[in-house]
Design a binder for this molecule. Structure first.
Ligand SMILES: Cc1cc2nc3c(=O)[nH]c(=O)nc-3n(C[C@H](O)[C@H](O)[C@H](O)COP(=O)(O)OP(=O)(O)OC[C@H]3O[C@@H](n4cnc5c(N)ncnc54)[C@H](O)[C@@H]3O)c2cc1C
Length: 404
């Protein structure tokens, strides 16, 4: 008898899981359920090109692909409960649907800042298309913006806004920006880049309150400093959506715990994407990542598992960011490194920072140097020993491999 797979969450992980299921030969029904009112769309442009122009967002696949892959879907529908004893889910409408296999691709949501004034009009978060549309509309009328949090989303927005002539101040509680993903040298690089474009970044400052009557007027910091603002954008991280998994009593840590096959603690339930806490074979410990490549790769692993092909999730994590005319691409993640080698003099201010343990490349941080990034990804996966004497000078990174 044909089996039914329900996928909860219609974004990057969900849609790649669904299409990969078909590619792995899943014959049964596939039903995707998402609580947004739009088909899966590209989320990364929301803090980049989408804020600049009046165009609509781009769908990951046209609607015709759902027919082609025989994927049914329900939009604007939330899954509220999982009953594992009879393998069913309950929707917000009260409707109950049975599954044979269930995939949780519930992603994450913006962490909220609960301080006085955080609910005033003019305070924004940016996680989905509706947040982005609301923000873009409001930006037409603002002159001064305070961004709380100097992570990638906050800084990407800062870059877009300042180029539109808006005065931007970024306030960060940590001692340096982008500290969760990059080392101090890269934090300094981005600090300087933003300063050159006129963005004021304040580090080591907490927020006391957001001030205003109905609408935001200013932001008061812990040290007494105050910044006027017509809009405040809060970008202080992402919380994994694990509430649904909790109704099935699945194991949760910093996300839904899955093994290298994307299996949760229940044999009929897999999970993929930003909502998971998974064993990384690159870090040799479990992590939760918030990057598109991981969501897509893990979704493919989950689809393989559901269709009886056990292929462990071992893809190298990578992500990118765009700020001004700089495209940052980062391959790999590491806790420790012994040496950094910098390759410079590429076009348009490009450079790469290569992080080594011994003579093996573990991570690469590339700015406007896509060729190095592509080579580095390959070298990291291959764990190849490199001749460190020529890494700075050899134009093709791949040619630095030590001959055996
Ligand atoms: C503004 C922005 C810019 C980004 N830029 C980059 C970038 O440059 N590079 C990069 O690598 N990554 C970037 N990311 C991160 C990337 O978008 C995420 O890693 C990716 O979207 C994760 O996909 P996902 O499917 O796991 O989760 P999500 O995209 O979070 O999708 C989860 C979906 O599930 C839905 N859902 C949750 N619970 C339920 C439920 N109970 N019932 C029904 N539906 C539910 C949610 O509403 C959502 O639609 C960016 C993210 C944002 C927000």
């Amino acid at each position: 008898m044909s089996q039914k797979c329900i996928i909860v969450g219609m974004s990057h992980a969900g849609i790649h899981l669904a299409t990969s299921l078909r590619q792995y030969g899943w014959q049964g029904e596939i039903l995707m359920i998402g609580n947004e009112d739009i088909l899966p769309y590209h989320r990364p442009p929301l803090s980049k090109t989408f804020l600049k122009k009046q165009s609509d967002t781009t769908l990951i696949y046209p609607e015709s692909n759902f027919e082609k892959y025989q994927i049914q879907f329900r939009l604007s529908t939330s899954v509220d409960f999982i009953q594992i004893h009879n393998k069913s889910i309950e929707l917000d409408s009260g409707e109950v649907i049975n599954y044979d296999k269930l995939a949780l691709c519930t992603g994450g949501r913006a962490r909220k800042l609960n301080i006085r004034g955080s609910k005033l009009e003019g305070v924004h978060y940016l996680r989905d298309i509706r947040d982005a549309q609301k923000l873009r509309e409001h930006l037409k009328y603002v002159k001064k913006v305070v961004i709380i949090g100097a992570g990638f989303i906050g800084l990407e927005i800062a870059a877009v806004l300042v180029e539109q002539g808006i005065e931007v101040t970024v306030v960060e509680a940590n001692s340096r920006i982008l500290s969760r993903n990059l080392d101090e040298a890269m934090s300094n690089y981005f600090m300087q880049l933003h300063a050159e474009h006129g963005v004021e970044i304040k580090t080591n400052i907490g927020i006391r309150e957001i001030q205003g009557q109905h609408h935001v007027e200013s932001v008061l910091c812990d040290d007494g400093s105050k910044f006027d603002a017509d809009a405040v954008i809060i970008g202080i991280g992402v919380i994994p959506n694990v509430e649904l998994a909790l109704t099935a009593e699945l194991e949760i840590e910093n996300g839904i715990v899955v093994d290298k096959f994307a299996c949760t603690s229940n044999i009929d339930i897999v999970a993929a994407g930003d909502c998971t806490f998974f064993p990384s074979n690159h870090l040799q410990r479990s992590v939760r990542l918030e990057c598109l490549a991981n969501a897509v790769d893990q979704a493919k692993t989950a689809a393989a598992t559901l269709s009886g092909n056990s292929i462990p999730h071992s893809a190298l994590p990578w992500f990118w960011s765009e700020q001004y005319d700089k495209r940052l691409q980062v391959a790999g993640v590491i806790d420790h490194y012994e040496q950094v080698i910098i390759r410079q003099s590429f076009a348009n201010g490009g450079f790469s920072r290569l992080y080594f343990q011994g003579n093996v490349l573990k991570m690469a941080v590339c700015v406007n140097s896509a060729k190095d990034f592509i080579a580095a990804k390959q070298l990291i996966v291959q764990k190849t020993a490199l001749d460190l004497n020529v890494v700075q000078t050899q134009s093709d990174l791949k040619k630095c491999v030590l001959k055996k």
